[in-house]
Design a protein around this ligand. Structure first.
Ligand code: ADP
Length: 842
């Protein structure tokens, strides 16, 4: 604002200037009119003064002419011509009567002596004329003359002598007649028509002596007024008018003209004040009026300035407070119409500006939250003119630091390329120069790979290139990762230990790896000309084909199949084929990926294993059969040995001595043990060969039967058998009973000092039940956990705990037959827990 105030004038000063501009010529015009009026007045007054001077001159000239004529007549009279002092002409007295008292008329001879007079000189006295120059003057030029003013010798009054030469009859100059003119009375100054008041008329000699005056003649006559300004002007102009100072110094307007027949001038003058007074008065009035008008104009100016300027000041105040960020958003629409219109216009501009500001703010916000870097470059200077926060964050510079730079400073581009690209953008908005890839150098020296998109925009300030830059680090990494992964895949594909093939939808091989070629004995080129069918063994031609619809329609993820293929040399190769299908984004099959594993060796091993297993089963069966038959057949002779030994004892017992009876007791005991061993062995062999069909079996029932069968042992040992609710399982009831009887029997048998407590419980798992038989007996050292399940393996002497060592072997065989496991958890002195699992019913 300071600048504006300094540079230009305010409205008030402008309007005042306007007033002055209007008033000055007006004043000039008025001054001219007044001046013109004054000039006219002056001319009029001058004309009048000259006219009055002429009238006065006429009056003086007439008087002089009358005197001349009278003297001329007198000079021709004989008595005068005679110059006789004794006889004066009577007419002299008559003449004097005519001209009045002061005017003596005398006759003078050439000696200057007054020879005669209307009032004659006293007798006997010779009187000479006072005018000494008179006679020489006459002698030089004998004609009518007027003397210089003198003070009369007799009258003592100012007088001018009128002198007429007198010639004798022969024409000889003899003397002169002279009449004294009393200067106080000679000219009549009766008022001239139109004469202004205060007009002064006078007659003056050429050298400036006043000889007649209309006012105060007694004071003025005889005075020299020759040194006044007007006199000098008159002497130059002879006739005319002048405004000049009088000898008294007053400013007057003069008319002057020579008096005919004399060397005198007549003058009429009026006071300049009288002439110019009215004009001056009018000028004063006009000046006053003009001053009043200009004053009013100035007041009007001040008032309208106030009316005009105050609303404008309000507008500018509102604008100022607005631009400093607070106060009204709009300017007041008051004041004269134009100012109010201006304010309304300003408000519209403010609204538009506010909208633009809002747009700008939105644009800036959008710019700043954009995940892409946004930048504006001036085409002319190549400087960044604006950038968003993302751009700064991306590069680690502050916005101010970037605004001083050009793309060449931080982007992988040289000036020539940049300018060419920019010009291409300006020439063609859709130019390919719009998208480029490159990298920025960060402030910390690191690099950011980006994809930049650019566009040219024309602004008031010239062409601006608007660009965005997207950080493509991740994309680059992904591309690199993809490339690396493809490379890995390619290498893996090539060096894989399994055969891999890509198969087109028409079953042709698209790609095969080295191993695939090895498996099938073809070269890669040969395989690529073949289809799957061409290498399939005739027996498995459609194995994969049958499943393809399921694979293609998504019901199967992969096809896994083991089948035979034909090698190039006609030999057969077993392969495990895994086929899957690769799809496009829409889920449509593109090609198949097939993996072939050569399983010929495994197939051979499987065959060998199966043969060995079959052989084992057969020999096991034979062995079981043998054991069964053997133990069955052994029972008969054993029974005979026992029976006959008992018979021998009955019949001949009293004949035998003590030793013999003792030996017989050993035989009977041995036979009984043998019998037990054979029965147990028989039972063991029967588990495999005489098993029943599996039926649902309630384990609760099994436990009660075992309790019943073991009643004697329970009573004898003072033991107790408890059980939880037990499940129903699928199995051979008799065998499960044997199992339970053996386990509970052992628990009762191998007890310590305390009476045995046996508890049967069940745990349900996802696919099986785990049944536990827990006792509080002597326990088992973990090193024997495996041994105790073998046939005839016992940990104790038969004297300590009776038994054959077959019980747990039978248990194991039963659990095996039911598809479960049997194991023990125990420690010496801590009791034992035998557990077995049984699969749940299908
Ligand atoms: P037997 O009971 O006829 O000796 P088993 O095959 O039933 O034969 O048992 C083998 C051995 O396992 C037994 O001799 C015994 O040492 C040990 N044993 C079996 N059950 C238990 C048990 N509940 N507590 C301690 N030891 C046991």
């Amino acid at each position: 604002m300071g600048g504006v105030e300094g540079r230009s004038r305010s409205v008030g000063v402008e309007l005042a200037r306007l007033v002055v501009i209007v008033a000055l010529p007006l004043a000039g015009l008025i001054a001219y009119i007044l001046y013109d009026a004054a000039r006219r007045d002056e001319e009029h007054a001058a004309g009048l003064a000259l006219q009055m001077a002429v009238t006065t001159a006429d009056r003086a000239a007439n008087y002089v002419e009358t005197v001349r004529r009278a003297l001329e007549t007198v000079a021709k009279r004989p008595l005068i011509q005679a110059m006789d002092p004794e006889h004066c002409d009577p007419q002299l007295a008559e003449l004097r009567e005519f001209y009045g008292k002061p005017a003596n008329i005398v006759v003078i001879n050439l000696d200057g002596r007054i020879v005669c007079g209307a009032t004659p000189p006293p007798k006997g006295v010779v009187v000479h004329t006072a005018d000494l120059q008179l006679i020489p003057m006459l002698l030089a030029r004998p004609r009518f003359r007027l003397s210089r003013p003198i003070i009369g010798q007799i009258t003592k009054r100012w007088t001018v002598a009128a002198v007429q030469p007198v010639f004798a009859a022969g024409g000889k100059l003899v003397g002169a007649v002279a009449m004294g003119i009393d200067l106080e009375h000679w000219v009549s100054f009766s008022a001239i028509p139109g004469e202004p008041k205060g007009t002064i008329h006078d007659v003056i000699t050429a050298d400036g002596m006043v000889i007649a005056r209309s006012q105060e003649p007694e004071l003025w006559i005889g005075r020299n007024a020759g040194d006044s300004e007007v006199h000098r002007r008159m002497q130059v102009a002879i006739q005319g008018w002048a405004r000049a100072r009088s000898s008294e110094g007053t400013n007057r307007l003069w008319g002057f003209t020579p008096v005919a027949g004399t060397e005198w001038y007549a003058r009429s003058s009026v006071s300049a004040n009288r002439v110019f007074g009215p004009v001056r008065e009018r000028a004063l009035e006009t000046a006053f009026l003009l001053a009043v008008v200009i004053g009013i104009a100035f007041i009007a100016v001040i008032a309208s300035v106030a009316r005009l300027v105050r609303p404008m000041q309000k507008i500018s105040e509102a604008l100022r407070s607005r631009s400093s960020g607070h106060g009204e958003t709009h300017v007041p629409e008051t004041g004269p119409r134009e100012v109010a219109q201006l304010a309304a216009e300003l408000n519209r501009m403010i609204d538009t500006g506010a909208r633009r500001e809002q747009d700008l703010r939105r644009f800036r916000a959008a710019m700043d939250i954009s995940g892409d870097a946004i930048l504006l470059v001036d085409r002319a200077t190549l400087h960044y003119v604006d950038v968003n926060r993302t751009f700064c964050d991306m590069l680690g510079y502050s916005r101010e630091e970037i605004l001083g730079k050009t793309p060449m400073d931080i982007f992988s581009v040289d000036r020539e390329t940049l300018e060419r690209d920019y010009d291409a953008l300006i020439a063609d908005r859709a130019s390919m120069a719009g998208v480029v890839e490159g990298r920025y150098r960060r402030k910390d020296g690191g690099y950011v790979p980006v994809e930049a998109r650019r566009r040219a925009v024309q602004t008031d300030a010239g062409w601006i290139i608007v660009g965005t830059a997207t950080d493509i680090t991740l994309r680059k990494e992904a591309e690199e990762a993809l490339r690396a992964s493809e490379e890995r895949f390619r290498r893996t594909f090539e060096v894989a230990g399994t055969g891999v093939a890509l198969i087109a939808l028409d079953r042709r091989f698209l790609r095969v790896n080295r191993r695939m070629c090895e498996i099938l004995g073809y070269t890669e080129a040969e395989l690529l000309r073949l289809r799957g069918r061409d290498i399939s063994h005739p027996d498995g031609l459609d194995m994969i084909n049958k499943l393809r619809p399921d694979l293609y329609e998504g019901r199967l993820d992969v096809i896994r199949i083991e089948k035979r293929y034909l090698r190039k040399d006609g030999s057969v190769v077993w392969a495990a084929s895994t086929v899957t299908v690769e799809r496009n984004a829409a889920g449509e099959p593109l090609y198949e990926i097939a993996i072939y594993e050569d399983i010929s060796a495994r197939k051979a091993a499987e065959d060998a294993l199966r043969a060995a297993h079959d052989e084992l089963a057969r020999s096991n069966a034979e062995l079981e059969q043998f054991a069964y038959v053997a133990s069955h057949d052994l029972q008969e002779p054993l029974r005979m040995v026992a029976s006959y030994t008992q018979l021998l004892g009955k019949r001949y017992g009293d004949k035998l001595d003590g030793d013999a009876r003792e030996f017989m007791a050993y035989i009977i005991d041995g036979a009984a043990r043998m019998k037990q061993l054979i029965e147990d062995l028989l039972a063991y062999s029967r588990v495999g060969t005489r098993g029943k069909e599996f039926r649902p079996v309630k384990l609760d029932v099994v436990v009660s039967r075992a309790r019943t069968s073991l009643r004697a042992a329970l009573e004898e040992s003072g033991g107790e058998l408890t059980s939880d609710a037990l499940p129903e399982v699928e199995g051979d009831e008799l065998q499960l009973f044997q199992l339970m009887q053996n386990l509970v029997g052992n628990a009762l048998k191998f007890h310590g000092a305390a009476p045995p407590r046996v508890h049967v419980s069940a745990l349900e798992k996802e696919h099986e039940y785990v049944i536990s038989v827990q006792d509080n007996g002597i326990g088992i050292d973990p090193q024997y956990f495996e041994r105790i399940f073998m046939v005839f393996q016992r940990l104790h002497d038969k004297g300590e705990y009776p038994g054959t060592g077959i019980g747990l072997a039978i248990c194991k065989k039963v659990v095996d037959r039911h598809g479960g496991h049997l194991w023990v958890e125990s420690a010496p002195g801590k009791g034992s827990c035998f557990k077995f699992s049984l699969p749940k019913k299908k």
